[in-house]
Ligand binder design. Structure first.
Ligand SMILES: Cc1cc2nc3c(=O)[nH]c(=O)nc-3n(C[C@H](O)[C@H](O)[C@H](O)COP(=O)(O)O)c2cc1C
Length: 325
């Protein structure tokens, strides 16, 4: 559990951060119910899924779910993306009215629909624009402005150090670095040497991100890079208990059942019964990976439409012995 009487691990400007593990923003995964759950397990702060500044500025009707957060999640980071400094500022000013603790600029998304229009990692090809964005936002907003980058566009354009320095010089208060280029997507290995370079070059806190899958990896990336905190994405989807510094094989069936119960309740409260259960399926499918379920057992669980029946089927599965790892 997070001990608030101890000194914070680091600060984002004046905001103390207690803990050194942070759930990565993940579109379609780090929604309010999952974030709340993971925060209760020990993630030190909450990043929302990325938010399209255009949707904020045009008051897109489907945005509300993405913007909802609870007090228990604080410090809460709204992560936004766009290619236009003025549109980003306009959106950030609107979002600030909802009292997030931090506004973060996404400079890492490799999806064509985002980087194709110069947003996400597309911004890394325009360092002057990044300077303008950070300068404008940090001078105008009350909350700290932070960034999340990749290493650059491709192997020939790994300009992470230049971009990192620009972000700091223009008022950025924290930088998360995913150790891959756009070209790498999610393949190959994250380059932790590059994260170490960024950490030594900056005075603001740096979060290391990429390929942390086990508790041992947490210590390895910290030692390798000297980063202030570690951001965990895909591994958290299969093993949210990593925020308690537990590998999946250390988690008891009773704890899996408890956690699914809590997440299902929050999910149903948040999305309504039908959609809340549908959303839960992808998580539970991952939490049950160690059981190597046959189709005959998995399909009825993941197509069932009644929460009580869903939990009954889950209980049956959890009574089976877990195959040896
Ligand atoms: C499904 C999915 C959605 C993602 N959405 C976002 C996002 O909205 N914002 C962001 O900055 N990064 C996003 N990412 C990238 C992650 O935050 C993280 O940088 C990446 O997964 C590497 O960390 P990992 O190796 O721990 O997964 C996403 C990644 C995945 C797999």
């Amino acid at each position: 559990m997070i001990n608030r009487s101890a000194a914070p691990h680091f600060r984002v400007r004046d905001i103390p951060i207690y803990g050194d593990l942070i759930l990565a923003p993940m579109d379609g995964l780090s929604d309010f119910p999952f974030r709340s759950l993971v925060r209760s397990l020990g993630s030190a702060m909450s990043y929302t899924e990325f938010i399209n500044a255009r949707d904020v500025n045009t008051k897109h009707p489907h945005l509300e779910h993405r913007l909802t957060f609870s007090e228990a999640e604080r410090p809460l980071v709204y992560q936004i993306f766009d290619n236009d400094p003025d549109d980003l500022l306009k959106a950030a000013l609107k979002l600030q009215l909802r009292r997030p603790d931090i506004i973060d600029i996404n400079m890492g998304c490799p999806d064509k629909s985002v980087c194709g229009r110069g947003a996400g990692v597309g911004l890394m090809t325009e360092p002057l624009k990044i300077a303008e964005i950070f300068s404008k936002l940090s001078k105008t907003l009350d909350v700290p402005v932070t960034g999340k980058i990749r290493l650059g566009w491709d192997a020939d354009n790994r300009n992470y150090l230049e971009v990192a320095r620009i972000i700091e010089e223009n008022g950025g208060q924290l930088l998360a670095v995913h150790g891959r280029t756009r070209q790498q997507g999610y393949g190959g290995n994250a380059d932790w040497d590059a994260i170490a370079e960024v950490k030594s070059a900056l005075s603001i806190p740096v979060i290391g991100n990429g390929d942390v899958r086990t508790v041992a990896d947490i210590d390895r990336i910290k030692t390798h890079t000297g980063c202030n905190a570690v951001m965990i994405g895909r591994a958290a989807f299969s093993n949210p208990w990593i925020f308690k510094r537990m590998d999946r094989h250390e988690v008891s069936p009773e704890e899996v059942r408890r956690l699914v119960g809590v997440q299902l309740r929050t999910s149903i409260d948040f999305y309504g019964q039908e959609h809340g259960l549908v959303i839960m399926r992808k998580y539970v499918n991952r939490y049950l990976q160690p059981y190597e379920l046959t189709r005959e057992i998995r399909v009825p669980l993941l197509t069932c439409e009644d929460p009580v029946e869903f939990l009954r089927r889950l209980d049956e599965i959890l009574q089976q012995p877990v195959p040896a790892f």
